[in-house]
Design a protein around this ligand. Structure first.
Ligand code: RB5
Length: 145
């Protein structure tokens, strides 16, 4: 599985740890930065990760900021992206099963690393439910036109 990942300064420490965590699980990780915890603007790092997902360079995207909220708002501006801000494993599973989310945004300030690792495990392991959810997701994507 190919995963593109990025953060801002508030998510940098967890991003670094999650790069190692995902690589250790055998993922091909594309690290879109930053390379330090110097203050940066989160949309600058949401953009390359979102484009990796939209262009098919990555199967999934992961973005970490203070809350995950700004990253989700920014990533969802890129056509083809369904970004979700997730703070527990139940929502991680439902965002895949019901919404076919392809990019997950995490909180580096309010959610511990171990919980974010569980969130990623759940997110990647849960398939889209298809069936009644398919037409609904298609209607979401039609809003881009
Ligand atoms: C940075 O202070 C903070 O605003 C950012 O990391 C994120 O939480 C925005 O949504």
């Amino acid at each position: 599985m190919r995963v593109s990942i990025g953060s801002d300064h508030a998510g940098f420490e967890q991003k670094q740890a999650l790069v190692d965590y995902l690589a250790g699980k055998g993922c091909d990780v594309i690290d879109r930065g930053p390379d330090s915890d110097e203050r940066v603007d989160y949309p600058d790092f949401a953009a390359p990760v979102a484009h990796d997902v939209a262009d098919g360079a990555a199967d999934f995207g992961v973005l970490v900021c203070g809350t995950g909220i700004g990253m989700a708002i920014a990533a969802n501006k890129v056509h083809g992206v369904r970004a979700v801000n997730i703070i527990n494993t139940q929502f991680a599973a439902l965002s895949r099963e019901h919404n076919d989310a392809n990019l997950v945004t995490l909180s580096g300030r309010f959610v511990p690393l171990e919980e974010n690792e569980r969130i990623l495990d759940t997110f990647f392991a849960t398939p889209f439910g298809e069936g009644r959810h398919t037409g609904r997701v298609e209607k979401i994507m039609a809003l881009e036109n």
